[in-house]
Design a protein around this ligand. Structure first.
Ligand SMILES: [Zn+2]
Length: 387
């Protein structure tokens, strides 16, 4: 057993404890959390705050080799072209970059990741990682006639991922046909199948759904894909695809950069289990724009954080995402951001029986956050993994 004492301990499920002491056993299981020392157990005195390990609910480990390869601030459609152009290289290089990214996340205090995969390349890394992964096997095709084939391929990929935790999920409203959405819905209605979907990362997505205009029309032309069957839906993308998602599963909408209040109210009225994930650094990287985060707060949703991939981020750090949010939204206090960074992510991934809060019996990992100004995250704020 060992104990850690810090200026504050943030259990997340309960109020912060001043000069709190957390005691863990050799497996990292929490034995006690209070102000009292366990007799005979050494106490390490630390300055800063202790919180549970971070949960990254949106990443693409298999894109780690694209760090620095894509142009910044050009918008999502050009970003997609860059990714398509550079993503297929030698598997050895892809693996090497992904291993490094997995280690970086571990060192950045991340204990669990919801990771998007389009192929099998990360299976050995996830199998051997000290981080807990849930893999979202992502499907896309906007051609209705390809829906069955694409879905069958996803089932096959899921077989390869076993016994790792995985589910089959749609990529984005602009890249998944109604037919493919329906196959995923049927599957999600009858199987445990956590869902995560890129949502309104650019205003172009709404333009495409409302009027069938804009860069996505050009993108399909660029790839030589005939989408003449697709008719404008006269409403934003999220309102068009929400009915196509299962009401039996937790759903994570990722990015939400161009989600407006009307969309949020539409979602609230709908019978679906919606969680929202913010990846602010990726949004600034790709679109030079941030979601209207304040609109989502106090609406009763579970809000989480993600790093997205190194194709659109310089680091895979949940503290980095918190820092950006606090910088742009002064109303977001550290306790709120820590909740998003830990317990909310664990809840969405269904890992909150083990992770996400400092509760007796859990093994959530312990992070030490230093360099705060009071409770404000500054450029000097750092995270160190204690266990
Ligand atoms: Zn993504």
């Amino acid at each position: 057993m060992k104990s850690f004492r810090a200026d504050y301990v943030f259990p997340i499920n309960a109020d912060p404890i001043k000069n709190g002491i957390v005691t863990v056993d050799d497996n990292g299981k929490i034995i006690s959390i209070d102000n009292y020392m366990q007799p005979g157990t050494p106490v390490q005195q630390l300055s800063g705050i202790i919180c549970p390990g971070f949960i990254n609910t949106h990443c693409h480990l298999e894109l780690s080799h694209l760090r620095g390869k894509t142009k910044q601030g050009t918008g999502l459609v050009d970003f997609i072209k860059d990714v398509q152009q550079y993503r297929n290289i030698d598997n050895g290089l892809i693996t090497e970059a992904a291993i490094k990214a997995d280690e970086d996340m571990y060192n950045n205090g991340i204990v669990a990741v919801g990771d998007i995969s389009n192929n099998a390349v990360t299976i050995p890394i996830k199998t051997n990682s000290k981080i807990k992964y849930h893999t979202f096997i992502e499907v896309f095709s906007f051609l209705p006639e390809r829906a069955n084939e694409v879905f069958e391929n996803a089932l096959e990929l899921q077989r390869q991922f076993k016994p790792l935790s995985s589910s089959i999920t749609p990529h984005a409203p602009y890249s998944v046909s109604k037919e493919l959405f329906k196959l995923i819905k049927t599957y999600s209605d009858g199987n445990l199948n956590l869902l995560s979907i890129h949502n309104q990362e650019t205003e172009e997505e709404n333009k495409f759904y409302r009027y069938k205009l804009g860069n996505f029309v050009d993108l399909y032309e660029h790839f030589g894909i005939d989408i003449s069957y697709f008719k404008p839906q006269a409403r934003n993308s999220i309102q068009s695809v929400l009915p196509l998602l299962s009401n039996r599963q937790n759903i994570l909408f990722v990015h939400n950069t161009c989600t407006n209040l009307k969309d949020i109210y539409f979602v609230k009225r709908f019978d679906r289990h919606i969680n929202w994930c913010f990846c602010p650094n990726a949004n600034l990287y790709i679109e030079s724009k941030l979601p209207k985060v304040d609109l989502f707060v106090d609406e009763g949703f579970n809000l989480t954080l993600g790093t997205d991939s190194l194709a659109s981020n310089n680091e895979l750090s949940i503290l980095g995402e918190m820092r950006t949010l606090q910088h742009h939204f002064s109303s977001l206090s550290l306790p709120i951001l820590l909740e998003w960074a830990t317990l909310n992510g664990a809840r969405f991934l269904g890992m909150d029986d083990e992770l996400g809060s400092l509760e007796i019996g859990k093994t959530p990992g312990l992070n030490l956050i230093t360099g705060l100004d009071g409770l404000k995250i500054t450029p000097d704020t750092q995270v160190k993994r204690l266990i």
